[in-house]
Design a protein around this ligand. Structure first.
Ligand code: ADP
Ligand code: MG
Length: 359
């Protein structure tokens, strides 16, 4: 059985290497269970090959079915670990100097926070990617401790929608030594727990929350690598009905739609290989700039609530995700430099300084 496990693992690594060659945006779709027993299921078929067929409960005819293709589709019975297993090689590449961005997209209630953090209340066996990823990075750091000396720092950011500003709930950068440090930091970051679950839900559905892990490593030869992993729980992608919100709420909703639209624009520009990518149009895209396109690997989770009532939002999520998955980028480069290059760079800097002083 172990031999088999090894083959599976090797195949998975191979699959990821092929992925790396093909480009660096991949899209996984995750479908949450149906909670309303009376709801119709819009999912018609989930293929092993990443295909997904959905059906409008109001137009169930065969020729009206919609077919999508992603890198992988996780059905309602997939566990947190099933999801992490497919994400792990990407996460691990951060320790080799690659910038990685993982973001969860989808309407409110579709399972974004479940995937990234875990269920509310945080059952130990249901921890999300944030914990599993950080834990894995510490494990890798420990495994390699004789070859590379790693320093890991973490940053929690919540983008508050009302003015598109970024809020750093805690000290900007926290050095962390263990997964427990990170869990404590995330609890701190969540803050304001006393405002009640509805208020938290409302707030989290209208703001993005970003956990960034910064990695610095120095190996025995003196090579230095620097990289970061962004773990992003995006605001709900649903269109907000203007009649439902007024005043600040409306402003907030408009900003969220704007920053998600900006994300879409950036992705579209990357897809068209434009020379100008509009990162600067929102704080969110500016923050993720070094991990979207160019030199980074990106993974998007498209979250789906399969209940019939959500069919409209599901279609818009799947269409957006399909657009993202067509983006082709070149192979990512690791941010790693040898001791010689670093030495030469330092010399150039010193020469420049000497020159500037002369002038
Ligand atoms: P979002 O963050 O997109 O608004 P949540 O992650 O809060 O959605 O999910 C809404 C509810 O559905 C939560 O109670 C969550 O625990 C549950 N849920 C989401 N995805 C799953 C899943 N794959 N399996 C079991 N429960 C899930
Ligand atoms: Mg959420």
């Amino acid at each position: 059985a172990l031999g088999y496990q090894k083959v599976v693992e090797e195949n998975r690594n191979l699959y990821n290497m092929v992925q790396d060659l093909k480009g660096n945006i991949r899209v996984y779709c995750r479908i949450r269970p149906i909670f309303n027993v009376e709801a119709k299921n819009v999912i018609d078929h989930i293929g092993d090959d990443g295909s997904l067929v959905v059906v409008d409960p109001l137009k169930p005819q065969k020729d009206k079915r919609k077919i999508f293709q992603f890198n992988h589709v996780f059905g309602p019975t997939a566990t947190q670990y099933d999801v992490f297993r497919e994400t792990r090689p990407l996460v691990r590449s951060v320790m080799d100097g690659y910038n990685v961005c993982i973001f969860a997209y989808g309407q409110t209630g579709s399972g974004k926070t479940h995937t990234m953090c875990g269920p509310a209340g945080g059952l130990a066996n249901e921890l999300g990617i944030n914990y599993l990823a950080v834990n894995d990075l510490f494990q890798l750091s420990d495994e390699r401790k004789d070859i590379v000396e790693y320093r890991i720092q973490v940053q929690m950011i919540r983008s508050c929608a009302s003015d598109d500003s970024l809020v750093l709930p805690d000290a900007t950068m926290c050095p962390v030594k263990s997964t427990t440090d990170v869990i404590n930091l995330m609890k701190l970051g969540e803050g304001n727990r006393a405002v009640g679950s509805t208020a938290i839900n409302n707030r989290s559905s209208r703001s993005h929350s970003v956990l960034t892990v910064h990695v610095h490593g120095e190996d025995v030869s003196g090579s230095i690598l620097r990289s970061c992993l962004h773990l992003v729980d995006l605001a709900g992608s649903e269109r907000v009905d203007k009649s439902e919100v007024t005043g600040d709420g409306l402003k907030e909703a408009q900003h969220i739609n704007k920053s998600l639209a900006c994300l879409g624009d950036v992705i579209a520009a990357l897809a068209q290989k434009n020379s100008h990518i509009p990162y600067r149009n929102s704080k969110l895209t500016l923050l993720l700039q070094n991990a979207l396109g160019g030199n980074a690997k990106t993974l998007m989770f498209a979250h789906v609530n399969p209940e019939g009532d959500s069919f409209g939002e599901t279609m818009s999520t799947l269409k957006f995700a399909q657009r993202v998955s067509t983006v082709e980028l070149g192979a990512a480069r690791a941010n790693k430099e040898s001791a010689e290059v670093l030495e030469l760079k330092a010399q150039i800097d010193n020469l420049k300084k000497a020159l500037a002083n002369k002038e």
